[in-house]
Design a protein around this ligand. Sequence first.
Ligand code: ATR
Length: 290
Amino acid sequence: MNKGQATPIDTATTLYGVFGHPVAHSKSPLMLNRAFREAGINAAYAAFHVLPGMLEDAVRGIRALGFRGVNVTVPHKVEVMRYLDAVDPEAERIGAVNTIVNEQGRLTGYNTDGIGYVRSLKEETGFSPAGRRIVLVGAGGAARGIAFALAKEGPARLVLANRTAAKAESLAEDLSGLCASAGVSLDQAADELAQADLIVNTTLVGMHPHPDELPVDPSLLRAGQLVSDIVYTPRETALLKEARARGAAVHGGLGMFIYQGAYAFEYWTGTAAPVEAMRQAVEEALGAHA
Ligand code: ATR
């Protein structure tokens, strides 16, 4: 097959998909189909609206129909783990799976969200987390994936700042064997935020349709910091605008989405992901909201 050319779906086509509820907004089909086309792989990727209560049957369908791989999104990332044959130890620690690989009927679950975030951070900003002070705002599912991936990079200190302090403390405890970590209430995080080299918003505060909301007091942001946001609608959130206005470097959330898909592509195909083509596909699709 010629690289870059669409191929018709035929009996040799390898099938992939994403399971979610809702799933109609997902940009994964556009992004992954562009990746397969760019790499010259005869594959097709579709979105499946899997209702709560139907997930176990849907996972059985992966085996029965011989799908090579599936992404799993909200709200199924935790429940899906119990229907798989194996879960990667890192995904087990995070407590969520977003990528399933089917090896001849044996399903293994991985989590590529956190490692996708870190690859995006490094490749798009050049920031190296080793030896740096990092504050994550939030302590939910997204924070867990990012925190475990950053902890492996050897930061000097990793602080979770969350509205509900108990969740931040619990995640800090889970990280304690990997790096120096602490959990604090968002209200009490001013000193930590002011001293941080990297601040990451892992909450959805600031996402459309509430683009004016800020997850932290912007007066704590300053030059010399890198401020990163997992939200990518709008592409530049109010947090990043405030950070930029105060002289901080900024990192938007689109890269995390692209690189979590890039890792999934690489696990499934064993081929380097065509990241720039994937980015272009997503940017075209998001154009209206940029
Ligand atoms: P996700 O998987 O996207 O991380 P989640 O597990 O529901 O979703 O976690 C959402 C995170 O955003 C939590 O840290 C939540 O704080 P609480 O633990 O206190 O609920 C945080 N969050 C949501 N809305 C928020 C708001 N308005 N202000 C501050 N934090 C908020």
